[in-house]
Design a protein around this ligand. Structure first.
Ligand code: HPA
Length: 281
């Protein structure tokens, strides 16, 4: 595989490679964040595609990230699930971190459900809470749209006034109510990572208007909106932001907290997916 492909050439070459393996038409894309990937094993799986099988695909290196697309039916809804994502902190260009989302767009999805694990900024949040992402701040990482515009996907200057669909967000609220899950709502801040924040950085993010902080998601949401997808986001607050509690942060604890929240989280996702599907027709 040549190394000098443009972002667009790389995308379409990955698409050709993926298409030669896959014969499934998903309507909804789902990205499962740290510690939340197990849900993909529970759907009616029709096909799977490891990222490493796709020529030129950026392969994730983080422990706990499996790295494959799972195609199948979640309660009858045709979905493609990303079990593991590509992070900016792994050293990939930001355009690579959104390549999988663009690929799912080419697979035919109409909407994208993004999930992640995050640290709290809002002092009312507790570890294990779920937060509906109402908006985001991502100016600490480059826009994934910098560079030649891919006209086939969307316009040069896309509107971002409603990144997270109000209609699809309402589906998540209803699913949470059905499952008796107390759903928080707020603004997600994407930082580069891989280090966790200092207490002062957590304060800064709160002052900027953030409620939760993490190392993913917002750039994917921007690329998805650029490509005309409807987007909805749910964050699993795996820990209090640094300095809010005096406990040092570790990836192992973040994963354990996400693991612990997983059963409820699965319930929330499944309930949301059924409702979201009814809005895509
Ligand atoms: N900060 C950044 N990213 C995270 C955190 C955090 O506290 N928890 C999970 N992902």
């Amino acid at each position: 595989m040549g190394t000098n492909l443009s972002v667009k050439e790389k995308l379409f070459s990955c698409y050709q490679s993926a298409k030669s393996h896959i014969d499934f038409s998903p309507e909804l894309g789902i990205v499962l964040g740290s510690g939340l990937g197990a849900l993909a094993d529970e759907i009616d799986i029709k096909e799977t595609l490891s990222y490493s099988e796709i020529d030129g695909f950026p392969v994730s290196t983080v422990a706990g990230h499996k790295g494959r697309f799972v195609f199948g039916y979640m309660d009858g809804v045709p979905v493609v699930i990303m079990q593991g994502r590509v992070h900016y902190y792994e050293g990939y260009p930001i355009t690579d971190t959104v390549l999988p989302v663009r690929l799912m767009k080419l697979f035919g999805i109409k909407a994208l459900l993004l999930t992640n694990a995050s640290g709290s900024l809002n002092r009312e949040f507790k570890a294990g809470d779920f937060m509906l992402i109402k908006d985001h701040i991502m100016n600490f990482v480059p826009s994934p749209l910098v560079g030649a515009n891919i006209e086939e996907l969307g316009p040069r200057f896309p509107d971002m006034s409603e990144v997270y669909s109000k209609v699809l967000s309402e589906c998540v609220r209803q699913a949470a109510a059905d499952a008796e899950i107390h759903l928080r709502e707020g603004v997600y801040v994407q930082l580069t990572g891989p280090n966790y924040e200092t207490p002062s950085e957590v304060n800064m993010c709160r002052l900027l208007g953030g409620d939760a902080v993490g190392m993913s998601t917002a750039a994917e949401a921007v690329a998805a909106r650029h490509a005309g997808l409807k987007v909805v986001g749910i964050s699993c607050v795996s820990n209090l932001g640094c300095g809010i509690s005096d406990k040092p942060l570790s990836h192992v604890e973040v994963m354990e907290a996400a693991d612990k929240a997983a059963p409820k989280f699965k319930q929330l996702i499944r309930g949301s997916v059924a409702k979201i599907h009814s809005k895509l027709a």
